[in-house]
Design a protein around this ligand. Structure first.
Ligand SMILES: O=P(O)(O)O[C@H]1O[C@H](CO)[C@@H](O)[C@H]1O
Ligand SMILES: O=c1cc[nH]c(=O)[nH]1
Length: 290
C-alpha cells in the first residue's frame, strides 16, 4: 500500500518535506551537526562540493573528501528535530519515492550517521577541550513515549534508576549505541554515557532567573551510579540530541555514533575560551577516520 500524501510528504520538486532532499542527493555516510554554521566548517575540507540545499535549520552539503562521498547536515537543537532528521533520511533510502512504498527488507540500506556536537561535561575528570564518544545515551526527553523502543534489561534498569533519582513522573529511555562506528572513530576519545536533555537551562540545571524544581539536579546527575556486570555506569556529559539518534537509529536499523566536543564543565564551572578549536579538532579527527 502506498503511504498517504499526509504522512510521507513530498515537495513539488519531489524532495522530502523538511530536509528538501531527493534520494540521489545523499551519501550512505552522513555527518550531522546542530549548528547550521558548522556545515561549511566541515565541507570546506571537501575536494569538491556537488549539492548545497537549505530549508529552515536543515542545511545540507554533499561532496567528496579524499575520494569518499560525504553528506553534512545541520539539525538545529533538540530531539524533536532528530525525529524529523532520522525519519526523513530513512525515507530517502528505504522508501520508494515513485511507488511510495517501503522497500523490501533485502533492499534496505543502513546509513552510517556521525553526530559531531558540542556538550557539557558533568564530571570533574572530563576536562573542557576533550572529545567524548557516547556509549550509552539516556533520554530525558519525551520522544520515546511515542515509539515502541525495545531496551535491554540493563538499559531499562539505568533509565529506571535515573527516574527514581530525579523523582520524575515518567521513565526516561536508555540506548547503547552500535559498535561499528565507535570502533572506527573513537580511538583516544573518552568513552561516556550521555544524558540528552529537553532544554539547555532548567533541564541541564542552569539557573539564570528561574529556580529549578529539582534544586540539586546537577549533583543528582553527577552522583548517579549503576553497578552492572560490565562495571560501574555513571553519566558523563549532557547535550540535547544523542539519545534521540541512538533510539531512532536502533529502530530504523542505521549505524549511529555521537562524538562530543566538551565545551563546558559543570563540576568546575568552566566554559571553553576556544570552542572553535575544540570543535575544529573533532571535525578533523572525524574526517580523517571516516
Ligand atoms: O552543538 P550542537 O550540535 O548544537 O549540540 C549542543 O549544543 C546545543 C546547545 O547549545 C544543543 O543542540 C546541544 O546538543
Ligand atoms: O553545557 C552544554 C554545552 C553544550 N551543549 C549543551 O547542551 N550543554
Amino acid at each position: 500500500m502506498p503511504i498517504a500524501d499526509s504522512e510521507f510528504i513530498l515537495n513539488k520538486d519531489g524532495s522530502i518535506y523538511h530536509l528538501n532532499l531527493q534520494p540521489d542527493h545523499i551519501s550512505d555516510t552522513i555527518i550531522t551537526v546542530g549548528d547550521p554554521e558548522r556545515v561549511p566548517l566541515i565541507s570546506q575540507h571537501f575536494d569538491s562540493l556537488e549539492t548545497v540545499v537549505q530549508k529552515r535549520e536543515f542545511v545540507t552539503h554533499v561532496g567528496y573528501y579524499k575520494g569518499k562521498r560525504l553528506t553534512v547536515i545541520s539539525t538545529g537543537m533538540g530531539t524533536d528535530n532528530i525525529d524529523i532528521l532520522l525519519n526523513e533520511l530513512d525515507a530517502l533510502v528505504n522508501i520508494d519515492f515513485v511507488t511510495r512504498e517501503p522497500r523490501p527488507l533485502e533492499e534496505r540500506i543502513a546509513l552510517r550517521i556521525v553526530r559531531v556536537g558540542t556538550s557539557g561535561a558533568l564530571q570533574a575528570d572530563i576536562p573542557v577541550g576533550s572529545h567524548l564518544m557516547t556509549e550509552h545515551a539516556v533520554g530525558l526527553d519525551s520522544l520515546m513515549q511515542f515509539y515502541p523502543l525495545v531496551e535491554t534489561g540493563l538499559e531499562v534498569e539505568v533509565a529506571s534508576g535515573v527516574q527514581q533519582a530525579l523523582g520524575l513522573s515518567y521513565r526516561p529511555y536508555c540506548v547503547r549505541g552500535t559498535d561499528l562506528l565507535r570502533e572506527q572513530l573513537g580511538a583516544g576519545m573518552v568513552v561516556g554515557n550521555t544524558l540528552t536533555c529537553p532544554g539547555f537551562y532548567g533541564p541541564q540545571g542552569r539557573v539564570l532567573r528561574l529556580d529549578l524544581r529539582i534544586p540539586d539536579l546537577i549533583q543528582q546527575f553527577q552522583n548517579f551510579r549503576y553497578d552492572s556486570a560490565e562495571g560501574e555506569f555513571r553519566l558523563t556529559n549532557f547535550e540535547m540530541e544523542t539519545a534521540g539518534y541512538y533510539a531512532l537509529g536502533r529502530m530504523l536499523g542505521h549505524e549511529v555514533v555521537s562524538l562530543n566536543a566538551i565545551v563546558a564543565n559543570r563540576a568546575t564551572g568552566e566554559f571553553a575560551t576556544n570552542t572553535e578549536d575544540v570543535v575544529n579538532d573533532l571535525i578533523q579527527k572525524t574526517l580523517d577516520r571516516i
